[in-house]
Write a protein that binds this ligand. Structure first.
Ligand code: FEO
Length: 169
């Protein structure tokens, strides 16, 4: 694998680890305000981001590259409301989508077809991530400060469980 591509993939491992860390911080925020369903949703998100990081990690190794881990930035630790937290996720996921798109652009310009093919899974994954977070943001906007709406949302989000994708994906 070319140096430029390897460096960019290593940076993406860090970005995915940061996402996991950020969502773990949000899980802690939701636990602190007793919204355990929101916290459970966040735990699934933490595991999903860790899985993303490991997908990049395994791919770099598979291609004969060396993974180099860097420091993970400190995430924020509190938000003004559940809506503010989910709007922060939405913004963060849009940023991650841009990072994935940049990686695809690089793979194309480097004529690295294997990496481009690998990245297509993430292109689809980002569409799903942005859609599911966007849905929660819209619902939270409708709920506003209505406590019963928030409790219903908490129960709904608490149903989410993380499932590991098949190894062949
Ligand atoms: Fe790994 Fe949420 O992007």
């Amino acid at each position: 694998m070319k140096k430029k591509m390897l460096k960019a993939l290593n940076e993406q491992i860090n970005a995915e680890m940061f996402s996991s860390y950020l969502y773990l911080s949000m899980e802690s925020y939701f636990q602190s305000i007793s919204l355990t369903g929101f916290a459970a949703w966040m735990r699934a998100q933490v595991q999903e981001e860790m899985m993303h990081a490991m997908k990049f990690y395994d791919f770099v190794n598979e291609r004969g590259g060396k993974v180099t881990l860097e420091a993970i930035d400190k995430p924020e630790s509190t938000w003004d409301s559940p809506l503010a937290a989910f709007e922060a996720i939405q913004k963060h996921e849009e940023h991650v989508t841009n990072l994935i798109n940049d990686l695809v652009d690089l793979a194309i310009s480097e004529k690295d077809h294997a990496t481009n093919n690998f990245l297509q899974w993430f292109v689809s994954e980002q569409v799903e991530e942005e859609a599911s977070v966007g849905e929660v943001v819209e619902k939270l906007k409708l709920i506003k400060d209505n406590p019963s709406g928030l409790f219903m949302m908490d129960a709904e989000l608490g149903k989410r469980v993380f499932t590991m994708p098949a190894a062949t994906e």
